[in-house]
Write a protein that binds this ligand. Sequence first.
Ligand code: ZN
Ligand code: ZN
Length: 233
Amino acid sequence: MQWLFCDFHIHTTWSDGRCSLERVVELYGESGFDVIAITDHVLDSESIHRAGKPASELFVVGKEEFPDYQQALWSAARKSWEKYGMLLIPGVEITNNTSRYHILSLDIKEYISPDLSVEAIIEKTRKQQGISVACHPCVRNHSGDEPSVHLWKNHERFATMFDAWEVANRDDLFNVVGLKKFNYIANSDFHEERHLLSWKTLLRCEKNVEAVKEAIRSNDRVSLFLYRGGKIK
Ligand code: ZN
Ligand code: ZN
């Protein structure tokens, strides 16, 4: 069985990414990746309210826009498979900047509100046969913010509730996640072309969405990979 080159955390111009969905597919497809997930932001209503602007002006996917977003991803997934043999998994980054948690929900079919508790988001993701991933649990960004501090503060409780944790996000490796021996994956948190060069995941499984999801859940044939450019295969 083959090792698949994967990246499960990618933003496009549907939220705050700089590249269009089409450009992202071209970039990863030309580089030879096997699996990508598109995970644009949906944002909690308190943060939207604080900003004093509609979601459409905040570089996030609004609830009303979600069906169009999903349609665009399904259409891109078809093209990606036909042109590059690359799986594209529709996803979302459930972003709660009030209570501070960012969660990837992969392969969901219906909108999940970021206002829900972490437990409810995980539960709703599972009910839709999706995968939930704790994002960048230990990151402190330039402004001193810790966007997922709630997840790390409660990591004992959430440890096995998530299907996986990000052990690396872009250039950052979280040795504390590795030390806990949690299920892990590594992602680019891609927002612009230079972010292609970053930590990624290798999974040993068949190239179809169900097999990839099962490989993340079982997490026994998983590896990290630092992509430095060029054509993979
Ligand atoms: Zn995030
Ligand atoms: Zn992100």
